[in-house]
Ligand binder design. Structure first.
Ligand code: GDP
Length: 152
């Protein structure tokens, strides 16, 4: 667990982006505090809220999140990646994250398709469920491990 007063050897800025409602808040709360909330926030439906370049500044990693059960959120990752690339260093480590893997019965994006897109974008790909605690820690630590390699 991370505590602000603990000593650390490295500090990396990693951004979480993707459409509203894909689960960014819950992925972070699951990873940081092992908490999950069923509540939907008021931001749902507000796609592409204005993000200033200050949000991206200095980031060396990104989790680009989509909802495996809502195909449009997968399609929109292309635009999120575009925005990310226009504000960050080309060496930024990107993890494409298909969240809500627990919603198997209404899945709308195949592993193969997501993987092929990630490969094309030179990104890593993983599937997570913040609800069922699947792969969440691996998604974050995967990015951090890769950053560590890049930073050397
Ligand atoms: P954000 O807008 O990207 O930050 O998304 P939130 O974290 O607020 O989540 C939006 C909604 O999706 C909430 O109702 C969450 O309970 C739900 N949610 C988040 N992650 C998952 C998940 O892994 N599985 C399921 N079934 N629902 C999730």
């Amino acid at each position: 667990a991370y505590r602000a007063d603990e000593e650390y050897d490295y500090l990396f800025k990693v951004v979480l982006i993707g459409d509203a409602g894909v689960g960014k808040t819950n992925l972070l709360s699951r990873f940081a505090r092992d908490e999950f909330s069923f509540e939907t926030k008021s931001t749902i439906g507000v796609e592409y809220r204005a993000i200033t370049s200050a949000y991206y500044r200095g980031s060396v990693g990104a989790l680009v999140v989509f909802d495996l059960s809502r195909r449009v959120t997968f399609e929109n990752t292309a635009r999120w990646l575009q925005e990310l690339r226009s504000h960050t260093d080309p060496n930024i480590v990107v993890m494409l994250v298909g969240n809500k893997a627990d919603l198997r019965h209404i899945r709308a994006v195949s592993v193969e398709e997501a993987q092929a897109f990630a490969r094309k974008e030179k990104a890593f790909f993983t599937e997570t469920s913040a609800l069922e605690s699947i792969n969440v820690a691996d998604a974050f630590t995967g990015v951090l491990t890769q950053i560590y390699h890049v930073v050397g």
